[in-house]
Design a binder for this molecule. Structure first.
Ligand code: PMP
Length: 452
């Protein structure tokens, strides 16, 4: 990022991470978190910090749940590990697949396991191309994704992602992936209503398919709500139109649920909140609330049937479906279910959280809009609400704001000129109030720094 200097395009300006700057870590030291409980973490200086990012969108049930460590210990003692590709399974893995089949859309009844969201997406890229190959449609290989998407850090995951700095790292997009623009109404929707813009943004997919030829397009991948790109919740017209296009041109639809899954949007999966019927659903993070690494790929029956008929699937990881991780995931799902966390997000804490953030849009001169749904939100920072002028890289607004929050005891994330907030689903009303109190002061200080 330093090497490329000030980025000029809107897309690139939209994105600014500082978390990968090794010199900063060397000079300032990393933040070392040593213990956690509920929605609070403690660092190595004993400071108490409210975690409004749930780690990295992971800890949906909050920290310190003994049920998960007990489940891990019991499974560790009984059967810590077994895998002998395709010939073996363990009871927790079988049970987890069955539980997931009950939570996902009716058409998703088969699961493959992996250890991370990146690996899940790698697996999907291979399985999706295999799906067409097995039917003799060998040219259907290109996968269409979106700018500012995040789908992982493996070679395929980062190619699927749409972040310029990730592509820059290994010299450009590879692996037959192309991108269309992400549906960010506030930045790109000038002169259009949200709904009009949603249709326009979705039709970029149709244009791209026609340009490439449908016989060359394998799949479209999208997060129901783009998370790492800045919590971009699309207009309500967007996904139905994407769905129509995928169906019309015979394109597989991959809904990346790694962030949106397990209650974050007020349904079990973002696909249910937004009315998406995917062919593949990668999931991770909230699957185990981050207590152990585990990921899964939900596969539509019609896709599974072709893959299963094809016989040979040369795919699998040593730790796929790890029994201890699956046992932990099951205990995590029990808690989400027993404590009604999905309904809590939809009806109680989610609306309370959004309403509290909306007040900041009204009170702060530098918050242009609040985005998000359920317990994933972003505040768009601007220098001028009328012109929607964004802070520049050198203004450093979001990072200043984020660091101000951290010093006051609150973890938020800076994504481009946005502040992203995605707390555990157990966040209390008092914790929302505390978040908005600290954030309000941080925004005041940031406005002052910007001279607004
Ligand atoms: N997909 C999405 C939507 C993500 O947000 C992430 C991680 N932030 C990934 C995939 C990759 O997951 P992992 O970091 O577990 O590889």
């Amino acid at each position: 990022q330093k090497a490329t200097g000030e980025w000029q395009t809107l897309d690139a300006r939209h994105h600014l991470h500082s978390f990968t700057d090794p010199t900063l870590i060397e000079s300032e030291g990393s933040r070392i978190i040593v213990r956690a409980e509920g929605s609070t973490v403690w660092d190595n200086d004993g400071r108490e910090i409210l975690d409004c990012m749930a780690g990295l969108w992971c800890v949906n049930i909050g920290y310190g749940r003994r049920e998960l460590s007990d489940a891990a210990a019991a499974q560790m003692a009984l059967l810590p590990y077994y895998n002998n590709h395709f010939q073996s399974a363990s009871p927790p893995m079988i049970e987890l697949a069955a539980r997931l089949a009950g939570l996902t859309p009716d058409t998703i009844n088969h699961f493959a396991f992996a250890n991370s969201g990146s690996e899940a997406n790698d697996a999907i890229a291979r399985l999706a191309r295999q799906f067409w190959q097995l039917q003799g449609r060998v040219t259907k290989r290109t996968i269409i994704s979106r700018t500012m998407a995040y789908h992982g850090s493996t070679v395929m995951g980062s190619a699927l992602g749409g972040m310029p700095h990730m592509h820059a790292m290994d010299g450009g997009v590879s692996n037959e992936v192309v991108h269309i623009a992400h549906p960010h109404w506030y930045l790109y929707g000038e002169g259009l209503s949200r709904d009009e813009f949603g249709l326009k943004a979705a039709r970029a997919l149709e244009d791209k398919i026609l340009e490439l030829g449908a016989e060359n397009v394998c799949a479209f991948i999208g997060e129901p709500v783009q998370g790492a790109g800045g919590v971009i919740d699309p207009p309500s017209t967007y996904w139905p139109e994407i769905q129509r296009i995928c169906k019309q041109y015979d394109i597989l639809l991959i809904a990346d649920e790694v962030i949106c899954g397990f209650g974050r949007t007020g349904s079990w999966f973002g696909s249910q909140t937004l009315g998406i019927q995917p062919d593949f659903m990668p999931m991770a993070k909230g699957l185990s609330s981050g207590y152990l690494p585990v990921a899964a790929v939900g596969i539509h029956d019609r896709v599974y049937n072709v893959l299963a008929d094809g016989g040979h699937l040369a795919h699998g990881y040593t730790y796929s479906g790890h029994p201890v991780a699956c046992a932990v995931a099951l205990a995590n799902i029990d808690i989400i279910e027993n404590e009604g966390l999905v309904a809590r997000v939809r009806d109680d804490i989610g609306p309370y959280f959004m309403a509290a953030l909306d007040k900041l849009v009204d009170s702060s001169p530098i918050v242009g809009e609040r985005r998000g749904i359920g317990m994933m939100a972003a505040l768009q920072l601007v220098k001028n609400k009328d012109t929607r002028e964004l802070p520049t890289l050198t203004d450093n607004a979001s990072i200043f704001c984020r660091d101000y929050c951290y010093n006051e005891g609150l973890i938020v994330r800076a994504v481009g000129p946005s502040i992203v907030l995605s707390p555990p689903l157990i966040y209390t009303h008092a914790e929302v109030d505390q978040t908005v109190d600290i954030l309000g002061r941080a925004l005041d200080a940031t406005a002052k720094k910007l001279g607004v």
